[in-house]
Design a protein around this ligand. Structure first.
Ligand code: SAH
Ligand code: MG
Length: 196
């Protein structure tokens, strides 16, 4: 994989304010993926492909990532980027709304990265649980949403997102089959491991 190209793509995304995974969050995810050596990863929210390309380093040989993005322009840019970095054999992009695409998938995944519409996190969780392998892990980015989620910020215009992120946290912490940790890295990361 061409790291120099990857770094250029990262810088461009930052300049354009595309909300790519933050460095401290990536560090945590890297460690987890290194440990589980995934065969299959599912990502919800590709943007320009940055996180998927970072994660592809930790796949087993012949492992692949399925990633979903609804913005056509971003899908095109992601495809170009993935080609440039030399990982197109490892990353498969589904173009469309994850709410429609997820129910059509019937794969099993070792790791699932949720990083799209915050108001849909409880739905994404339900679908992720259906497709998670035993000992698999679900990672949810932006789970603390600038601190709104843990404060009493109920009148904020983003209250639907906040309500749904809170609902997600409640579900993963109360599910007896999951072991969950919420970290304050980046914009907040929820890590939920499926107990065997
Ligand atoms: N994972 C990327 C960043 C994703 S940003 C990285 O770290 O590099 C979130 C992306 O999710 C945006 O590009 C947005 O268009 C997409 N998105 C939001 N809601 C979606 C949905 N319901 N279905 C598919 N994509 C969605
Ligand atoms: Mg994010």
């Amino acid at each position: 994989m061409n790291k120099e190209e990857l770094n250029k793509i990262k810088q461009k995304a930052l300049e354009e304010h595309i909300p790519i995974i933050m460095d401290d969050t990536l560090e945590v995810v890297d460690k987890i993926l290194k440990e589980i050596k995934p065969q299959k990863i599912l990502e919800i929210g590709t943007a320009v492909g940055y996180s998927a390309m970072c994660f592809s380093e930790y796949l087993q040989e012949n492992g692949t990532i399925d990633t979903i993005e609804r913005d056509k322009q971003r899908v095109e840019e992601a495809k170009t980027n993935i080609e440039k970095v030399g990982v197109s054999n490892k990353i498969n992009i589904y173009e469309g709304d994850a709410v429609e695409i997820l129910p059509t998938l019937n794969e099993k995944y070792d790791a699932i990265f949720i990083d799209a519409a915050k108001g849909k996190y409880p739905f994404f969780l339900k679908e992720a649980l259906r497709m998670l392998k035993p000992n698999g892990v679900i990672l949810a980015d932006n789970i603390l949403y600038k601190g709104y989620v843990m404060s009493d910020y109920n009148k904020h215009k983003q209250r639907t997102a906040v309500r749904n992120l809170r609902e997600y946290i409640k579900e993963v912490t109360e599910d007896p089959n999951l072991e969950t940790e919420i970290l304050e890295v980046g914009d907040g990361l929820a890590i939920s491991k499926l107990k065997k």
